[in-house]
Design a protein around this ligand. Structure first.
Ligand SMILES: Cc1cc2nc3c(=O)[nH]c(=O)nc-3n(C[C@H](O)[C@H](O)[C@H](O)COP(=O)(O)O)c2cc1C
Length: 266
């Protein structure tokens, strides 16, 4: 396994696929962040319409009672490792020990030194999603460097220090716009994708796979958080461009697919 400069992938990408994906992706940007609030809104559905349309199951034949007679699927025991906690509503200020962070991240690493395979599935084993850990806590007695953002290297199981991130006030504003009401998470993981790596092999389907991989990552981290005794919430209420720029990454090619906050409620 060689360490390629990320620009090298551009050599192998079909420009039209890159352009079309970029255009589509731009349409998925968050529409209610303060940076766009003067010209966009999400919806104008009344509460009762939302109650009707969200959270329900979707039977194919609602009027025909075609369910299997007498069969109920049991609830899983909440003590099981594969049963997650509910998402955290409000995080309290908490200085997460760095050792806890390392334990949290351990399931993302390669399974052993002879293989490049990691602790989650990836289409074609390309692993097109990069994870960035950001320290959001103001105490930070246990954080190991001045920079507040670390890029995870799952193969060498190391942290790469993201340059120029000692001051993350812009990143915090991008992730937690005013009115976020989520309290003070200790850590954010940003699941970032670099489009040339996503698209060079599987083209448009690679884009779909990268999004699915982000889901596998946050679910694994959700269960890992339960194991190490902290809470989490997946988060999409951020401004993509502001996030990429504040990490010093090109917003044209690096896209934060999802964010996940971690911390404590007490
Ligand atoms: C992709 C994704 C994006 C989410 N974005 C947000 C968000 O921006 N703000 C928020 O408060 N919760 C967000 N959530 C958390 C959901 O609201 C939460 O998972 C859902 O209400 C179900 O509750 P539970 O996780 O406690 O079971 C997100 C969850 C997912 C999977």
């Amino acid at each position: 396994m060689t360490a390629l400069p990320h620009d090298y992938y551009l050599k192998f990408v079909d420009n039209q696929v890159l352009q079309d994906t970029t255009d589509f992706h731009a349409k998925t940007n968050y529409t209610i962040h303060e940076c766009v609030e003067h010209f966009s809104y999400l919806h104008r559905f009344p509460d009762e319409t939302l109650r009707l349309l969200a959270g329900n199951e979707l039977p194919l034949y609602p009027d025909m009672n075609l369910t299997l007679n007498g069969e109920r699927i049991p609830n899983a025991d909440s003590d099981l490792d594969i049963v997650r906690n509910e998402s955290c509503d409000v995080f309290k200020e908490y200085d997460l020990p760095f050792a806890t962070l390392k334990a949290l991240l351990s399931p993302l690493m390669v399974r052993n030194d002879d293989s490049h395979k990691r602790g989650y599935p990836s289409a074609g084993a390309l692993y097109p999603v990069e994870s960035f850990v950001c320290s959001l806590s103001s105490a930070e007695q246990d954080w190991p460097c001045d920079e507040k953002v670390l890029h995870i290297l799952p193969q060498s199981r190391r942290f790469e220090i993201v340059q120029n991130t000692s001051d993350i006030s812009a990143l915090k504003r991008a992730l937690l716009p005013p009115g976020s009401d989520i309290g003070s998470p200790s850590i954010a993981i940003i699941y970032m994708t670099y489009l040339p790596k996503v698209l060079f092999k599987y083209r448009f389907r690679g884009y779909r796979m990268a999004n699915m991989e982000a889901g596998a990552l946050y679910m694994l981290m959700d269960l890992s958080a339960k194991r190490v005794g902290i809470r989490n919430r997946v988060w999409s209420g951020y401004c993509d461009t502001m996030v990429s720029r504040s990490l010093g990454l090109s917003p044209a090619l690096f896209h934060p697919l999802c964010v996940q906050f971690f911390g404590h409620t007490k």
